[in-house]
Ligand binder design. Structure first.
Ligand code: ADP
Ligand code: MG
Length: 287
């Protein structure tokens, strides 16, 4: 590998908004055969909005007051929704985030649970009556969360995120380049499949806990694959470090950018097939 051609390649990448941390990463990029994309903030814009809420006003007040303690994009959407409706929020007496599952908070002597089926079931809440409605939202690609107050089911809050405009085109280009494309998410299987279908991804690994994301990358590597992981969140950092090439979304968290080998400015997904193209051209010139 001539240092000059690598320098030309990284320079050309940088001009396009593809920031490699070193020439060796650009060299390695041409070997990739698999690309794993995080869903929220990577395939989607990561700015979810509440689309449906089935509870009463008191439940909304407790729900949003509880979510005020969370920094999750889902929580921000719920707080914004309540604020828009001029609901006054209260401070929580206690607050616990259950990673990949939801939250558990106490607000004025009421215990509030918001999150997945697993979170509510494990806390003894009877949720059978919500199932039909949950399936309806999830089939639409929405993230539906269950709400319980003092151990009783109170309703569903559904949140939807917008798919990035260029996601379909970027994924189609990656497939044309011969890459296998997989989506990885903590969200439930049905929602994940619906989003994947909209962007042309046919392999989905869903309901993955934050600490399991890196293990999933390793599993694919053990099949003999050269894997790129693309992500934006704090949760994605270990997976970005584990992958053969970690690609951070420029609009994402600092932690993700630090863990990655390359950052794509503005989170523009079309820069990924472009990086692969530049890497291949660079290697060709070398040989
Ligand atoms: P992703 O990988 O898509 O970023 P997460 O692992 O962060 O997803 O979250 C997975 C699931 O956990 C969500 O779909 C939701 O059901 C639940 N969850 C996470 N955080 C919250 C929260 N603040 N409030 C309610 N539910 C939550
Ligand atoms: Mg994300």
């Amino acid at each position: 590998a001539t240092p000059t051609s690598i320098m030309v390649g990284t320079g050309k990448s940088a001009e396009s908004g593809i920031l490699f941390k070193g020439g060796e990463h650009l060299e390695r990029t041409h070997q990739l055969d698999t690309i794993i994309l995080d869903k929220t903030g990577t395939v989607t814009k990561g700015k979810p909005e509440v689309t449906d809420f089935t509870g009463d006003e008191e439940t909304l007040k407790l729900l949003a007051s509880a979510e005020k303690g969370s920094e999750h994009p889902l929580a921000e959407a719920i707080v914004a929704y309540a604020t828009e409706k001029s609901i006054a929020l209260t401070d929580a007496t206690s607050f616990t985030a259950v990673p990949g599952q939801g939250i558990n908070a106490v607000i004025s002597d009421n215990q509030i649970l918001v999150g997945s089926r697993k979170l509510l079931t494990e806390n003894g809440v009877e949720i059978a009556q919500s199932e039909e409605e949950m399936i309806k939202y999830e089939t639409d690609g929405k993230t539906a969360m269950l709400i319980a107050v003092n151990g009783e089911y109170r309703g569903i809050v559904s949140v939807a995120d917008t798919i990035k405009e260029t996601a379909v085109e970027a994924i189609s280009q990656l497939k044309e380049q011969g890459l296998e494309v997989i989506m990885l998410t903590g969200d439930n299987e049905r929602t994940a499949q619906a989003i994947a279908k909209q962007v042309g991804i046919d392999q989905v690994i869903a309901q993955v806990l934050p600490e399991e994301k890196a293990d999933k990358v390793k599993e694919v590597q053990l099949l003999g694959k050269k894997v790129a992981m693309v992500g934006d969140g704090v949760n994605d950092a270990p997976a970005l470090a584990t992958a053969d090439i970690g690609i951070a979304i420029g609009t994402g968290t600092e932690v993700a950018i630090e863990a990655a080998d390359v950052t794509i400015l503005g989170g523009e997904l079309l820069l990924i097939p472009k990086a692969i193209k530049i890497s291949k051209a660079t290697i060709k010139n070398i040989r």
